[in-house]
Design a protein around this ligand. Structure first.
Ligand code: GDP
Length: 365
């Protein structure tokens, strides 16, 4: 799972990004994290994993992770190739969702690139670059499909979708805000991998004193919420500076520090939770003496594909999944006790994996 952090210069992107990569020793387990300085690996907090590790006395605990990519440098004119613009746009194309950091804090020491604090103008500046890039793609596609549609009438449906998207984008409306009725239309829109179709989370970066009421008394945040509602996007409030300050504290000190500020849970934890919700993600678990581990899947994933997250051989040779819910397992105290009660189910290829399923896969090699 990969999320891209975008936003104008000086809004707090690097500060937020640093808070993710500082004090994250466990991330060293992930080989790819040292390769690219613009990629941060964040572990998904999950208490269930701690409990499973205790129950199985596992030698190792491996949480699920989210990858964050710092896509700095997206500025006005990026879609025209200004300041390495197109390179940044191609980075955005690779992510599953966008975290758009918006400046909602006043600080005369921190210069704003456009001279004043105005979150909606800022959002629109960035969005417009993405819109321009999408329009270019659509125009090329319309020209190509238009030619083919002359001979193949069945392509007219695609042309209608392309035209509807183009009309919206020309009014500055993001593709994610355009409604389509049929699953075919939606699948076709997905296949276009438009930047403005990606789910977005607006991260309202506020001053420390605005954290306690979740930004309710900050009028900039109010405007961001209003804007996001119109395009069915999510907003969450954080203070990047605080995140950076607490990033190398241990869990207990972090909790205490945040409690003093009147907040429960770090912005990073809330960002992870919001990303899971936005992307419709859940976790299933595997447990044993060697390792207890959480795996991220999309809601609706069937057992063989869930197994494929562990290894492609598991998916190819899938026979069945032995499944017990985390709650049943904890209530009964052991796998064997759950089995005796008939709560360990044998599930086949069509089984849709649930959040908190503890699974043992059976497969042919
Ligand atoms: P970027 O260009 O978007 O990556 O912005 P930076 O993270 O480099 O932040 C720009 C400046 O704003 C730095 O001096 C930060 O210390 C400051 N800054 C970032 N977040 C906050 C915040 O929440 N409050 C205040 N007052 N300053 C912040």
């Amino acid at each position: 799972m990969k999320l891209g952090i975008v936003g104008l210069p000086n809004v707090g992107k690097s500060t937020l990004f640093n808070s993710m990569t500082l004090g994250k020793a466990e991330a060293a387990n992930y080989p790819f994290c040292t390769i690219d300085p613009n990629v941060g690996i964040v572990t998904v907090p999950d208490e269930r994993l701690t409990k499973l590790t205790e129950m199985y006395d596992s030698a190792k605990t491996t949480p699920a992770v989210i990858e964050f990519v710092d896509i700095a440098g997206l500025v006005k004119g990026a879609s025209k190739g200004e300041g390495l613009g197109n390179k940044f746009l191609s980075h955005i194309r690779e992510v599953d969702a966008i975290v758009h950091v918006v400046r909602c804090f006043e600080d005369t020491n921190v210069v704003h690139v456009d001279g004043s604090i105005d979150p909606i103008r800022d959002i629109e500046t960035i969005n417009l670059e993405l819109v321009f890039s999408d329009l270019e793609i659509l125009e090329r596609r319309i020209a190509k499909t238009g030619k083919m549609a002359k001979a193949d009438k069945s392509l007219q449906k695609e042309m209608d979708v392309l035209q509807k998207l183009k009309d919206a984008l020309e009014q500055g409306i993001s593709a994610r805000a355009v409604e389509f009725d049929t699953p075919e239309e939606k699948a076709f829109v997905n296949s276009l991998t438009l930047l403005t179709a990606k789910p977005v989370l607006y991260a309202a970066n506020v001053a420390e004193e605005d954290l306690a009421d979740d930004g309710a008394s900050n009028e900039y945040v109010g405007r961001v919420r209003e804007f996001a509602e119109k395009e069915h996007s999510e907003v969450f409030v954080l203070c990047a500076k605080i995140e950076e300050e607490i990033s190398d504290l241990d869990e207990a000190d972090k909790k205490e520090f945040l409690a003093d500020l009147g907040v429960d849970g770090s912005g990073l934890d809330r960002l992870i939770a919001a990303s899971y919700k936005l992307l419709g993600l859940i976790s299933y678990l595997t447990a044993g003496p060697q390792e207890s581990r959480a795996w991220t899947i999309t809601k609706g994933t069937k057992a063989p594909q869930a197994a494929g997250k562990i290894h492609s051989d598991f998916e190819r040779g899938f026979i069945r999944a032995e499944v017990v819910s985390y709650d049943d397992l904890m209530r009964l105290g052991s796998y064997n006790a759950a089995k005796e009660q008939g709560l360990v189910r044998s599930e086949g290829k069509e089984y849709v994996v649930k959040d908190g399923d503890v699974i043992l896969f059976r497969f042919n090699v």
